[in-house]
Ligand binder design. Sequence first.
Ligand code: BES
Ligand code: MN
Ligand code: ZN
Length: 490
Amino acid sequence: MTSLTPMTFAQTDIEKIADHDGRVAVTVDATGKMNPAARRINKLTKGALERLVQSAAFAELKSGDVLSMGYPTGMAAEAVDVVKLANNADVTDLRKAGANLAKKRGTSDLLVLAGGLRKAAELCFGLAMRDYTFEDRKSNGKPRKGAVTVMASKPEEVEAAAAPLLAIADGAFMTRDLTNEPANFLTTTEFADRLAEMKSIGLEVEVLDDAKLEELGMRTLLSVGQGSDSPSYVVVMKWNGGEKDAAPLALVGKGVVFDTGGISLKPGAGMEDMTMDMGGAGVVAGVMRSLALRKAKANVVGLVGIVENMPSGAATRPGDVIKSMKGDTVEVVNTDAEGRLVLCDVMWYAQERFKPVGMIDLATLTGAIIIGLGHENAGVFSNNDALCNAFLKAAGTENEGAWRMPMGDGYDKLLKSRIADMRNIGGRAGGSISAAQFLGRFVKDETPWIHLDIAGVASVKNETALAPVGATGWGVASLNRLISDNFETE
Ligand code: BES
Ligand code: MN
Ligand code: ZN
C-alpha cells in the first residue's frame, strides 16, 4: 500500500526557515510582490530571491510554475522553490503548484511557506496527489520520503480545509495501487480481501462468492470468469452517512483483474497493460474509501464485479448463449467484449436490491474510446441530462477530462442477434457507443444513469497534471465532488 505523505501544519516561524536543511517552498505573486516569508528569504540570501523574481525566466512562468534556487547562501536549505501564483490563481493553478513541488522534492524534507495564502489547502492537495510512486514490487524497498511541513498564519484553518481533500487523495492512492498492481498479486481473491479490509474505516462490506452469484443468477458475469482458476466475486461496499433509509447513489465498477480476451485471445503485444482492466472497480473502491475517511453525509453503495478473463477448457466459447440475471439472453460473439457481461449483471443487481437514486458505472470498457478521445477525456454516456450535466460540471472543476457521447436507437440495433435477445458486440463502427447501448439495456427507465468509459484515462504512458506515469486515479475527485455538491445533506 502506498500511503499518503504525512503533512504537518505549523504556525509560520521565521527563525526555522534559515535552519531548514531540506527544500523550502515560497510563493510570490505574479507582480513580484513579496509576502513576509519571501522577504525574510530575500534578506537571508542577500537579495538573491529578488534577483530571481526580476529575471526574464520568472517573467515567463505561468501561474503555478516553480523556479528553483539551489544551495542559497545564508540558508541551510538544499534549494528554495519559488512558486509563481497569480492573484486570482484558481484551483487548477494551486494544485499544479503543489504537484510541481512534489516532483522537485524527490525524497527531501519540504517546508512549504503558505503564509496567508488563500486556498492553501488546494496546494496541499496537488502536492499530496503528485507525491506518489508505486514501489510495492521493487525489491530494494521504498525510498524513505522526507517530511512535509506546511507553515501558515492560520495553520488550523489550512489543516481543516485540507482534511477532506487529503481523504480524496488517499482514496485516489488506493485506486492507483489497485490499478498498478500486477494480476499475479492482485488476484480476484486478493482484490476482494483488500476491499473487505475497508471495514476498519467504517464501510460495510459484503463479499458475494461464486456460489452466491450462481444462486442470484448472475450467469453473464460468471461466464467471463469460468475460464480462470481464480473464483469470481461481487463485492458490495456501503457508506451510510446520509439520512437513515434514504435510497443510495450506486457506483458500479468493472473489475477484470486481467483481460486476455478469453478464447477470442488478444494479440500478445501490449497485453501486459490489461492488468489495469479492473480500473473501474478501483475507482469505485477509491471513492468509497474517501467517503468513509471524510465521513461524507451521503448514502452511497459501491458494487464491483471481480473476475479474470482467461482462455481454458472451461472458458466460454464464441457463439455461446448466456442468460443474464435480468433474464435476457446474450449471444457471446466475442469473449473479449467481457466487461459489459460483468457489468450488466452487477448493474441489474444494484437496481433490484437498492433502488438507487442514480447509478454510475465505471469501466475500462473499449479500445474504441481511446481512438475517439485519446487519453485526455473519459467517454460519458447517460440517459439523464440533469445527472450527466452535474457530473460534467464536477469533472470540469476537478480538471478531469470528461466528454459526453451520443446514444440512440440506431446504435442499439447493432446488437441484434439471430438466435438470442442480443449479441455482445456491435461491430467496429461506434464501438464504444454500442457497448454503452448494451449496458443501457440493463438500466431501468426510472434509474438516472451515467456510464463512464475510462479505458483511455485510467492508466497512462505520459504523466498528467496530478499523476505520474501509470494509474491516475481519474474520477475519484470528480465523483467526490458530484456527491458533495448534489447528494450530501446539510
Ligand atoms: N478491456 C478491454 C478494453 C480496453 C482496451 C481497455 C485498451 C484499456 C485499453 C475490453 O474488454 C475489450 O477488450 N474491448 C474490446 C471490445 C471489442 C471486442 C468489441 C475492444 O475494445 O477491442
Ligand atoms: Mn476484453
Ligand atoms: Zn476488458
